[in-house]
Write a protein that binds this ligand. Sequence first.
Ligand code: FES
Length: 114
Amino acid sequence: MADVTFTSPKMAKDLTVYATAGDCHTLLSVAKAHKVPIEFECENGECGSCSIQVVVMADIPMAIHLTEKEKTVLRLSGKISKEQIEDAEVRDMPPPWRLACQYIVRDEDILVRL
Ligand code: FES
């Protein structure tokens, strides 16, 4: 089980939900299931409207892998740099921005800023 805490000025208070390991849900689907006011349009990694900041609370981050769509959209919007993509791929350092529709929730605690 992983704690996924959502925080946003749009929410009256932070919300922590529990994601079951092995479910392979996207962060967007977890947010929608718990009525978190997350923005989204395409749900396919193309529009960038679901960009969120993710802080990994675990010592060893797990959900580091970025999809090709995620890399392209986040790079073009200026949210992550080429170096941050390389850090993720080579040094297992999680990038600060992700696309909620592409991020698969793993068995690790995370803080999500909308
Ligand atoms: Fe369009 Fe996620 S909803 S990129």
